[in-house]
Design a protein around this ligand. Structure first.
Ligand code: C2E
Ligand code: MG
Ligand code: MG
Length: 561
């Protein structure tokens, strides 16, 4: 056994007498190696079992070893203190080779002089595996390019340095799924590799190319403040991909959409920047050229999504309400019906207009549960009014139907069931639908309309005159009422063109034997004029705004008195 003594602070080295500690015994107990350290007259003393330096790769001469250079002060500090134990990682700073140790300092209590056991567990192997693992995890095994995580890391590193002169391009291969299923996965893989090679060839060595999704590549390019450079890169990529690929006797054309996001606009982290570029890909698919991400478009989509989530909750929690706007006989002023209009008071107490949330409901399919609720709610109110009136309350209720409901829901049986549930005959219900429902599927819709008609309900064509459908359908479909769109009615008195259109609609309706309702009557004179022109019914602020059920009932009672 050899003992060595090392300098601590400004004290001179001392030599420890042999046989002080059974350091070798301690060595056996510990996983890799242990050193006993002590303070003698304030100086750090290390007992080193034979061969430890060589075994740990610390070099042959302990006196100049990094162990002492780098850990001596820390061990001495520990010995001067009161802690019983301290653990830390130590990365030995070799220039060529880095080694990592888990170090534990454990105080030996029996001694009067402070002493501790320094145990060193060599973690270098594990560290290397970790590095390899991380590299593997950030690489796409097919193309050898950075994968989404790897690409994100590169971008993140750039962002962490405060660099903003860059663009991220997301290149999305179109119809790749079809190629894959037609030619098989192997050919798909081959194609991806070929695409990666060509793209790499179109980029500078300093650009980063990654495969960030199945058929999606990411490109990180420096742009020196000029955004047009990103466009050029996009054009180069589309250029190299435009030559067909030859794969096992097939000639395959690959088209791609390119979305771009710029470092100068970056908010959030690398993942956000990539998402923004991906978002721009959608627009690129529509326009056929590379598109840059626009903040507002993303925000709008996010808002829409937030609204969809909130609306779903509101429908489930029955937080929507129906408002009722009277439809009057223009000659007598009598209320003959109420149109039901959905209202939504959101969590913040804002009342949202259906023009805001119905499109979201239609896009997300939520219009189906919303529409079912509206039919049920309207008929429930009508049945309740009948009870209060001690018989038929004398009005119809009109419910708006979206084209999506006509396509996706079994609407006729649903209406029949709702009528039965509330004990009401079909003729108490009006259904309003817009021309767009007819345009989408003229033949399918005819069948649905006849089935609806069979429930006894009245069918009204809403917003008439704004759609672009062929008027011939009017003859073939069981439509009872035309509702003249507000845009022709409001301000009509001062506009000869509008008067001409309204006249034409009125004569068309009379020729076809249909009733007419003018929407958006804001002044009494307008109502009188429309009546004189032959319009049967009217609706608008001149009579009443949409009212909650209770106010609508009160209005009805007041008018009938
Ligand atoms: P719509 O069916 O054409 O309803 C008439 C709209 O005109 C209502 O807007 C009503 O408040 C408004 N209005 C009525 N009189 C006047 C007036 O004199 N002047 C002006 N400027 N506006 C007037 P609202 O309530 O915002 O509803 C908008 C649209 O949302 C409705 O147009 C309808 O297409 C749709 N909608 C409302 N509730 C439902 C529903 O439960 N289901 C479906 N599918 N759609 C609904
Ligand atoms: Mg309507
Ligand atoms: Mg309308």
């Amino acid at each position: 056994m050899r003992f060595n003594v090392f300098p601590f602070l400004d004290a001179d080295p001392v030599v420890m007498p042999p046989g002080m500690t059974a350091a070798e015994g301690a060595l056996e107990l510990l996983p890799i190696a242990a050193v006993v350290a002590g303070l003698e007259n304030g100086r750090l003393v290390l007992e080193l079992p034979n061969g430890i330096y060589r075994r740990l790769g610390l070099g042959a001469d302990p006196a100049t070893s990094v162990l002492v250079q780098e850990l001596g002060a820390r061990i001495a500090e520990f010995l001067h203190g009161n802690a019983m134990r301290e653990e830390f990682d130590w990365r030995m700073g070799g220039a060529v080779e880095q080694r990592q140790f888990a170090v534990t300092l454990a105080r030996v209590t029996k001694r009067t002089e402070p002493r501790c056991l320094v145990s060193l567990v060599d973690r270098t192997g594990e560290m290397r595996t970790e590095v390899n693992l991380r590299r593997e995890m950030s690489t796409d095994s097919l193309t050898g390019l950075p994968n989404r995580a790897g690409f994100g890391d590169r971008l993140e590193a750039l962002m962490a340095r405060g660099v903003t002169d860059y663009a991220v391009l997301v290149v999305d291969l179109e119809r790749f799924g079809r190629i894959n299923s037609c030619l098989g996965g192997m050919a798909g893989d081959e194609l991806l590799m070929a695409v990666a090679r060509r793209m790499k060839g179109a980029l500078r060595a300093s650009d980063v190319l990654g495969r960030i999704g199945g058929d999606e590549f990411g490109v990180l390019v420096a742009i020196d403040g000029n955004r047009a450079e990103a466009d050029q890169v996009a054009r180069r990529i589309r250029g190299v991909l435009s030559t067909p690929f030859r794969l096992s006797d097939f000639e395959i054309r690959v088209e791609c959409a390119v979305g771009m996001a710029f470092g100068a606009d970056a908010i959030g982290d690398a993942e956000d920047v990539i998402r923004h570029a991906q978002f721009a890909v959608r627009r690129s698919k529509e326009t056929g050229q590379a598109e840059a991400y626009q903040t507002q478009a993303f925000d709008r989509a996010r808002e829409r999504f937030a609204m969809e989530t909130a609306l779903r909750r509101a429908i489930e929690a029955r937080q929507l309400e129906l408002y009722y706007q009277p439809i009057c006989d223009l000659s007598s002023g009598r209320i003959t019906a109420f149109e039901t209009l959905a209202r939504w008071t959101d969590e913040a107490g804002r009342v949202l207009s259906p023009t805001e949330f119905i499109p979201v409901a239609e896009e997300s399919g939520l219009i189906v549960p919303l529409g079912r609720w509206a039919i049920d709610e309207a008929l429930r109110t009508l049945a309740a009014w009948d009870v209060r009136a001690g018989g038929q309350c004398g009005v119809q209720l009109a419910v708006n139907l979206s084209p999506i409901q006509l396509q996706r829901d079994a609407i006729a049986p649903l209406v029949a069931a709702a009528l039965a549930k509330h004990g009401l005959p079909g003729n108490r219900l009006k259904l309003e639908l817009t021309e767009s429902a007819l345009v989408a599927d003229p033949d399918g819709i005819a069948e649905v309309l006849h089935a609806l008609k069979a429930t006894g309900a009245t069918i009204a064509m809403d917003d008439f005159g704004t759609g672009y459908s062929n008027l011939a359908y009017l003859q073939r479909l069981p439509i009872d009422i035309l509702k003249i769109d507000r845009s022709f009615v409001t301000g009509m008195l001062a506009d000869r063109d509008k008067i001409a259109i309204v006249r034409a609609i009125l004569s068309l309706a009379s020729a076809l034997g249909m009733d007419t309702v003018a929407e958006g009557i804001e002044t009494p004179e307008l109502g009188q004029t429309l009546a004189a022109l032959g319009c049967t019914y009217g609706q608008g602020f001149a009579y009443a705004r949409p009212l909650c059920a209770e106010d609508a009932w009160a209005l009805l009672v007041a008018r009938s008195a």
